[in-house]
Design a protein around this ligand. Structure first.
Ligand code: SF4
Ligand code: SF4
Length: 485
């Protein structure tokens, strides 16, 4: 067992308002600079939709992530030869228009302009050229268009015609995205300069700005398109998981500012030796295999191995009370986004339930003792759609999670209005204690319950940082595959 610690995040999609406060908090701190105007390290997309950059999930176009070839896992876009051939040109990378052309408005004209018959208008001007421009795409374009069918039809998760035909009845939802600080980061593996690295102590993936030469392999390789090129500095940049904040036990700016309180941050312990094998399983087994990689921090053997690997005791204690562990592993409610890209993301999503009031009576009737699971086909967010986002097509595990969430709501509602909820919890293998714990986490949880972030231990880090910079490139699978380049 090779135990490592990772800071991870969970998003409860049922509660996201699409308010973009998280994106603005992030932008104000990290990307409010020349060359970074178009970057949204944290962005919020509307699903179904094309996303930002446009159609980022279409890996036939962008070729991000990993594929299994025989008994090996290889980057989809590059081998050793193509790394050399593409050194000056990345053919599969998104262009600026795929992100959007960043703009501001001529606000000064509103109060400095000469008096005329018509209302003054603040026209959009490019933040890059300073000239007037027309706006035809933006980072939350699907949202601006109210989940338009035009863009939804290009959502690769909606390729099945049946779902598109039914588009009018589909309920849209929001999905906030940051870099996933993956356990098998394609960006790290693709960088010929070794400028991107995964920190040993907390798993945060960073770009060393002194080493980066702007080759942009990372941008092609990341299937989530969460590395960005700064046209001013000529270097790549990405979400840094607010490490200057997490090192001092503060929540990330996006999580701290989240209006819907949908985010949870915590430590998980995982077994680095199991990662490679877990990535070689069939698509529909990927989520469960990833859950197996995550270790129980209460297990004595795990604690022993963690200490042997130099993980500080405070981190092990925080792993025990990590809300991420609770939601991802203990209750299996949260899923990685697109596990089939095989980067093993360390951000997880609790899938949304459809509007509840309308369907609750259809779902459960104490007297008739309905099985909740059989009624889920009637949800307005098709299970197949959620499965294509969060479980590489495995509908069963999505239904299991939705059943638990629904049972929890039925139980709490019945309790609050003095009705009998029968054995609804038992049907989904929960008990009253579980229900109270989850209810608190989803509704009333305090700052310290939502964010269990231990402070960094510099004394332990310094030796290790030096080692890692010399050549540690994440987990064994990466070292084996890309070490020679
Ligand atoms: S999402 Fe994963 S592959 Fe993409 S930049 Fe982040 S760590 Fe790298
Ligand atoms: S701040 Fe929270 S609720 Fe608002 S869009 Fe971001 S993740 Fe969603």
């Amino acid at each position: 067992m090779d135990v490592r610690a990772q800071l991870a995040m969970v998003f409860n999609l049922d509660k996201c308002l699409g308010c973009h406060t998280c994106s603005i908090a992030c932008k104000n701190i990290w990307t409010d600079r020349k060359g970074a105007e178009y970057m949204w390290w944290n962005n919020v997309e509307t699903k179904p939709g094309a996303g930002y950059p446009k159609f980022w999930e279409d890996q036939r176009k962008y070729r991000g992530g990993w594929v299994v070839k025989g008994d090996k896992i290889k980057l989809k876009a590059f081998g050793k030869l193509s790394t050399l051939l593409n050194i000056f040109f990345q053919p599969y990378m998104p262009k600026l228009d795929d992100y959007y052309h960043p703009w501001t408005y001529e606000y000064a004209k509103l109060y400095e302009g000469i008096e005329e018959e018509d209302q003054p208008v603040a026209e959009p001007i490019s933040l890059i050229t300073g000239k007037k421009m027309e706006i035809n795409f933006g980072p939350n374009w699907d949202d601006d268009l109210g989940g338009s069918r035009l863009y939804a039809e290009r959502d690769v998760n909606l390729e099945e015609r049946e779902i598109i035909r039914d588009f009018g009845n589909i309920f849209m939802f929001y999905i906030p995205r940051i870099c996933n600080h993956c356990l098998n980061p394609a960006c790290v593996a693709a960088c010929p300069q070794r400028a991107i690295y995964k920190r040993g102590e907390d798993g945060i993936v960073l770009v060393d700005q002194n080493t980066c030469r702007g080759w942009r392999f990372c941008i092609t390789a990341c299937p989530y398109k969460k590395v960005y090129y700064n046209w001013n500095t000529g270097k790549s940049e990405k979400c840094i998981f607010c490490y200057p904040r997490t090192e001092t036990a503060q929540a990330n700016a996006c999580a701290h500012s989240c209006v819907g309180r949908i985010r949870y941050v915590g430590v998980i312990l995982y077994d680095a030796e199991k990662v490679e094998q877990a990535l070689k399983v069939k698509d529909e087994e990927l989520v469960n295999a990833q859950r197996e990689v995550i270790l129980n921090p209460r297990d004595e053997d795990v604690v022993k191995s963690a200490r042997k690997n130099g993980i500080p005791d405070s981190w092990i204690e925080y792993a025990v009370r990590s809300p991420v562990y609770t939601l991802v592993k203990e209750y299996a409610l949260a899923f990685p986004l697109h596990p089939e890209y095989r980067t093993m993301p360390m951000t997880f999503y609790i899938p949304p339930l459809s509007p509840l009031i309308a369907i609750q009576s259809m779902l459960y009737d104490v007297d008739d003792d309905y099985l909740i699971i059989n009624k889920f086909n009637k949800l307005r967010v098709p299970i197949r759609y959620l499965a294509s986002l969060f479980s590489a097509g495995n509908e069963e595990i999505i239904v299991e999670a939705l059943n638990k969430l629904m049972a929890l709501r039925i139980y709490m509602r019945a309790k609050n209005i003095g009705e009998n909820s029968g054995d609804v919890l038992k049907k989904v293998s929960l008990n009253e204690k579980d229900a109270e714990k989850l209810y608190r986490l989803f509704t009333l949880a305090s700052y310290d319950e939502r964010f269990a972030i231990p402070s960094a231990h510099r004394e332990y880090l310094e030796e290790r940082d030096a080692e890692e910079r010399k050549g540690w490139r994440g987990i064994g699978v990466i070292r084996g595959l890309r070490g020679g380049i």
